[in-house]
Write a protein of this length. Structure first.
Ligand code: FEO
Length: 414
């Protein structure tokens, strides 16, 4: 289902043609609030680890009133581009405030530039963000840093920002900001997604696909903190969500908030079976794909598969959380399991994978060990139900293997 509400022009970083809202040229988010972010299509890996084939946006906003506030900066990689967008938006004026909601360098990378270029600007941040200025920039800004606490407000004139602490969503210093006049929630990393805004027009997968991969890999460990933030947000009359990555959300907000609620409770988003496999010579892969086919033949249960050595491991993390059942298929290796499966399970552990049914298919030619290793690792996670039997492929898939896979398929279908 296509849920995106804002369609963006390809030349987003040209401030004259910002984005289209329901077919109308639109260069403001709301009265007095401008989008001044930039796309990054040159980046190879976001955070040095995540594939972003459609790039990513570093969103930044400008609130113009009696006082002018910049809401977050951008990665230093795109500082020069952002400077042009900012200067055009400011139109010769100087900002009074720089609100730093999150200090991760994809947003704070141009903070030093702003502090130097505008010597009167006051940086507004949470108590935990304050020491990060000196840690990152080796500069003591002294009284130019204004610390705000939970619920405190900053009046810009008609616009008033109210600060809501959001620790660990996704760093400890994170806060989000609610603007009372426009009812905008500036949500920091919350409700962000991979993908440059200029690519949104071609995006047929909808918001959830890349938002889910972003959420589980980046914020996933901190579900309890996301729940706390959602409870605070429920007390606010939010009409627009302005995240630091991805499109601005203005309609059907219940859909996005509902997904965040499901994800942060570690509940499955939908019924289905995700088969994650790796294989040295194709025999384990053959068993994994045979299992998927058997399930499809026997039922209407949705089945998805991934070769975790060749396909995006982080997408496989996302899919493990998406569905209610997971099957891990791997060969034995050095008394344990093929390393890429070890790595995958470790990713799941770090993101506090829980509340799912899990089954195993192992392969072994002389001393199968993968099933035991995978089971021990998964049983150590919270509320994991093991689906029996563990199927052992003895070197290659044979008639006996298919019969065993049919038994496992029946157990998974339930
Ligand atoms: Fe987009 Fe946690 O930084």
């Amino acid at each position: 289902m296509r849920q995106r509400v804002l369609l963006f022009r390809k030349n987003l970083n040209n401030f004259d043609t910002l984005f289209i809202y329901r077919g109308m040229k639109y260069d403001i988010v709301a009265p007095g609030v401008k989008y001044i972010g930039v796309d990054d299509l040159d980046i190879d890996l976001f955070e040095g680890q995540y594939d972003v084939p459609e790039g990513i946006s570093y969103n930044s906003y400008l609130i113009e009133d009696e006082k002018i506030a910049i809401m977050d900066t951008v990665d230093v990689r795109k500082k020069d581009e952002w400077e042009k967008v900012l200067e055009k938006a400011l139109n010769g004026k100087a900002p009074d405030y720089l609100v730093v909601q999150h200090f991760e360098p994809d947003h704070s990378g141009s903070v030093k530039f702003i502090m130097e270029k505008y010597p009167n600007v006051i940086a507004v941040c949470s108590p935990k963000a304050k020491p990060m200025f000196e840690r990152f920039f080796d500069v003591d800004y002294g009284a130019r840093i204004q610390v705000v606490k939970e619920g405190e407000t900053l009046s810009l004139g008609e616009h008033t920002l109210q600060f809501v602490m959001a620790p660990m969503v996704h760093w400890p210093e994170v806060m989000v900001s609610y603007e009372h006049k426009t009812k905008i929630l500036f949500a920091a990393d919350g409700f962000g997604k991979f993908g440059a805004l200029c690519k949104e027009e071609e995006n047929e997968e909808g918001w959830a696909c890349e938002a889910r991969r972003y959420y589980f890999n980046i914020v996933g460990k901190y579900g309890a903190m996301v729940q706390q933030l959602l409870k605070k947000a429920a007390t606010l009359d939010i009409q627009t969500i302005c995240p630091l990555h991805g499109p601005i959300l203005t309609e059907n907000l219940g859909y996005y908030i509902g997904l965040y609620d499901t994800w942060s409770k570690y509940e499955p988003e939908e019924e289905g079976i995700f088969v994650a496999y790796c294989s040295f010579y194709g025999n384990t892969a053959k068993a994994a794909l045979a299992l998927a086919d058997i399930i499809r033949e026997k039922s209407d249960v949705k089945v998805s598969t991934s070769d975790i050595a060749r396909e995006d491991l982080h997408e496989a993390v996302e899919d493990a959380f998406r569905y209610d059942r997971l099957v891990l298929c791997a060969p034995s290796y050095d008394g344990g399991v093929m390393p890429v499966m070890d790595d995958y399970i470790n990713h799941l552990r770090m993101k506090t994978y829980q509340n799912r049914k899990v089954a195993f298919v192992e392969n072994g030619t002389w001393a199968p060990s993968a099933g035991k290793k995978m089971r021990e690792a998964m049983e150590a996670m919270k509320n994991i139900t093991i689906v029996e039997p563990i199927v052992t492929v003895e070197s290659a898939v044979k008639d006996k293997t298919i019969e065993d896979l049919k038994v496992l398929a029946d157990a998974l279908i339930g």
